[in-house]
Write a protein that binds this ligand. Sequence first.
Ligand code: ARG
Length: 277
Amino acid sequence: MTIAQTETTHSGRTGTARHFLMCRPEFFTVSYSINPWMDPAKGADNATALLQWESLREAYESLGHTVSLIDPIEGLPDMVFAANGALVVDGRVYGARFAHQERAAEGPAYLEWFAGRGYETLEASFTNEGEGDYLTLDDMILAGTGFRTDVAAHMEAQEFLGRPVVTLRLVDPRFYHLDTALFPLDGGNVAYYPEAFSAGSRRVLARLFPDAVIASAQDAEVLGLNAVSDGRNVVLNGEATGLALELERRGFTVVRVDLSELRKAGGGPKCCTLEIR
Ligand code: ARG
């Protein structure tokens, strides 16, 4: 038996190498408030955010993932949250159209990055915040609505990408994007915080994912659900201790990161990460 087989047998989990797009938080600050985490009076420390972001990038690279970079733009402090820039599935890029004027210019900036590299792109007709509200599994895309992404954009993404889109309604303003309340563990299962969803959406989630990891309020409140899994390794906010234990119990390897400075804008590891599929 080779070492690789031993490892797979031991953990029961297999990871796959990913390609991520990230944006260095050179101009990151909290100067406006568009979610309950953001307090412009308190602001955020740019140097700390840069160090924390670098450690996230290093974590990805040490796991064998590829990280590409988009240039940050002055005056767009939230551009570090690359997840919101687009949704990329099978090399097709569905562009973001932001709900708030403060972030509007980020959509075209991300779309231009992809168009310039030969990707097929679609400029969205409806408000949507990219992978913040769309999470891709093997057989479907889970899509959030309620705070940012318009439900009409769910249909638009389905038509463009040719994968079934399942609408989920978010109800707690602290969990304003789907990726603050749920993350894919692999191509077929998820972890989530039920209380962030409407009663009907909870029933949908229970039906689709009977074996899901259910997170506690404590895990959700440190943005523990804003995590990135490659199928085996889960990059997770270190404060989400209960969630980390449960993931390890299930055979995942937890890679703890500290993105507390970026959390002052309502973001975590997943928010900083756009997957290029
Ligand atoms: N301040 C940003 C906003 O409210 C944070 C975005 C976090 N991104 C995410 N994918 N959840 O839009």
